[in-house]
Design a protein around this ligand. Structure first.
Ligand code: FMN
Ligand code: SF4
Length: 482
């Protein structure tokens, strides 16, 4: 895992847990209304992929149990993991690209409403992502995927050789020497696995994304509405298609790249079509990045411009994340896929307890606050959700009190202790199991394994009726709070 240079280990900020009376009077536990919904409290569990769907993308009992467990802690809102808008196989990740997914998703909604006694609102994050292949073995790359052309031949000085001879030469070449023969994209496909870009305009299915995606997202949003979700979060963050359109690296020349407005065009068109189909009375917002945290990536001036445009377009909420890109990810092992949370941008998305002088707690807050000020300055009241290393009452309360954000998102702290908001609310904060921020959970995600937390997954494994991981070693949900 990437760590900032000269990092040091931090200690948790004091919990400063409130009494029940102080919690009742706090901003954190005060309601907020937006779109068609009211959250009873300003607490939010952002999307977290737990790798529990079927290979066909359907809701399983394990998915229901995962969300049920969070719902028992009665947060203001839970956002269901990134759920694919296409009807294509994508491993055990949830999908919403066809009506056959609706019944399972409806059961998920009912489960959360029931388990929280109606206190928690449930939204779903909807996502599109482009193709990505595992890193191939060198021989496999050259024999199966590589396309030899005249430029390669020139570089190899092998004009009389057959194609097969050229391929053998390439296989035998040391890695460093290949840089003189292959293009950057070919080197990337060899070293990291082939990955599509929104800028690959020579590919018809990439060129046509601006026509294809708005109706696809809108169909998915309609299904979410039919399944009973309280709202939809459009995934415009991290390493995926819509974030790549917003990226400063998007150089598309068809009007959907380049300038700030060009990069915004498709995200706005997707939103407009979603809004038109679901109607004004349904809650729709997006998650986007304050900073891509990569070289030549989007930074705060652009993201502030985007935030203003989203508010102006009528989004009901904005959830602001940070980093999480492919561009600076570590090289995967042969046979594995590149994972977008392994470089500096990944660190910025999910900072660990070892950090630089800015520390791991609330690194995204200053940027989010800047975006929010611009939005308020322009007269919009759109609520802003912040996340990233938030783990104490005083921290959350001071973010709200100083107007840096309107809703507090906590992913890993909620995984460590799904009851932590409830414990705070009831004045029992000293019973909270505090996240260690060492990213054991994220490492499981990286290996596409069922996500659990090191603080509870080996506890009371003989408890009757609990579900275990596929290898039988870990319980899949946190023990109940008595
Ligand atoms: C296991 C895991 C899965 C995640 N999956 C998603 C996801 O599906 N969509 C998303 O926007 N963020 C995802 N995230 C990022 C979190 O929503 C959150 O932004 C990040 O963990 C920082 O917040 P925290 O410090 O409160 O954990 C994931 C994080 C973890 C740990
Ligand atoms: S596994 Fe570690 S980082 Fe993840 S939620 Fe648990 S304590 Fe926090």
């Amino acid at each position: 895992m990437w760590q900032p240079p000269n990092s040091q280990k931090y200690t948790h900020p004091d919990g400063d847990w409130p009494s029940e009376t102080a919690a009742a009077a706090s901003r954190l536990f005060s309601p907020i209304s937006f779109g068609a919904i009211t959250l009873e409290q300003r607490t939010w569990i952002p999307a977290m992929v737990p790798w529990r769907a079927t290979e066909e993308g359907l809701v399983t009992d394990d998915v229901l149990e995962w969300y049920e467990r969070f719902a028992k802690g009665r947060p203001g809102a839970i956002v269901v993991e990134a759920t694919g808008v296409r009807d294509i196989p994508s491993g055990p990740l949830l999908r919403i690209g066809h009506d056959r997914f609706i019944p399972g998703l409806r059961e998920l909604v009912d489960t959360v409403h029931r388990a929280s006694d109606g206190h928690t609102r449930i939204l779903i994050q909807i996502i599109d992502f482009l193709a990505i292949r595992r890193r191939p073995a060198k021989e496999k790359y050259f024999r199966r995927y590589f396309q030899l052309n005249a430029t390669h031949r020139d570089a190899l000085k092998a004009n009389g050789a057959s194609d097969a001879e050229c391929v053998e030469t390439l296989i035998a070449m040391p890695d460093e020497a290949l840089s003189d023969v292959l293009t950057e994209r070919e080197l990337e496909a060899l070293r990291y696995g082939y990955r599509e870009r929104v800028t690959d305009l020579e590919l018809p299915h990439i060129r046509s994304l601006p026509e294809v995606l708005p109706p696809m997202f809108a169909d998915a949003a309609i299904r979410a509405q039919e399944a009973g979700f309280d709202g939809v979060e459009l995934h415009y963050a991290h390493a995926y298609t819509m974030a790549s359109f917003l990226s400063a690296r998007n150089t598309r020349t068809d009007g959907y790249g380049g300038s700030q407005d060009g990069r915004l065009r498709l995200p706005l068109e997707v939103f407009d079509e979603v809004r038109e189909r679901v109607g004004e009375g349904y809650t729709v917002g997006c998650r986007f990045l304050s900073d891509e945290c990569i070289d030549e990536g989007t930074e705060l001036p652009d993201s502030t411009y985007f935030g203003l445009a989203f508010a102006d377009a009528g989004m009901d909420f904005l959830s602001v994340s940070r980093g999480g890109k492919f561009e600076d990810a570590k090289q995967p092992k042969v046979g594995a896929s590149v994972y977008p949370y392994t470089g500096r941008s990944g660190y910025e998305c999910m900072p660990t307890i070892r950090s630089d002088e800015r520390g791991p707690f609330g690194r995204n807050v200053p940027s989010v606050s800047h975006i929010r000020s611009a939005i308020r300055g322009a007269g919009y009241e759109t609520p802003i959700v912040v996340a990233g290393g938030i783990t104490s009452f005083s921290q959350a309360e001071s973010i709200l009190a100083s107007g840096e954000a309107d809703i507090i998102g906590a992913a890993r702290q909620s995984l460590a202790d799904p009851d932590w908001f409830r414990k705070m609310h009831l004045g029992r904060g000293d019973e909270i199991r505090r996240c260690k921020f060492t990213n054991y959970c994220e490492a499981l995600d990286q290996r596409h394994k069922q996500v659990t937390c090191q603080l509870w997954d080996r506890t009371n494994r003989d408890e009757p009726g609990i579900s275990m991981s596929l290898d039988g070693k870990r319980r899949l949900t946190a023990p109940e709070w008595e």
